[in-house]
Design a protein around this ligand. Structure first.
Ligand code: SF4
Length: 68
């Protein structure tokens, strides 16, 4: 199992916490985008730290939503 993040572009306020925390996974344009993969715990940490809960995390195998 690995974690897959998805970003709600309409919620993202582009302040960049997720990019700072996991630059291999998130990059900032007009809003944050998922650009790669990374450690599950860091993906989850980025989702938890997003101030507007724009990041959801899913199980890559089952598709189950793990966060929020
Ligand atoms: S932490 Fe949340 S609000 Fe900030 S850039 Fe990432 S997705 Fe957007």
């Amino acid at each position: 199992m690995s974690y897959v993040p998805r970003i709600d572009e309409s919620s993202c306020i582009a302040q960049g916490d997720c990019v700072e925390l996991v630059p291999d996974v998130f990059q900032l344009d007009d809003f944050a985008k998922v650009v790669g993969t990374g450690p599950d715990e860091l993906i989850l940490a980025a989702a938890r730290e997003c101030p507007v809960e724009a990041i959801s995390v899913f199980d890559s195998e089952t598709g189950a939503q793990l966060y929020p």
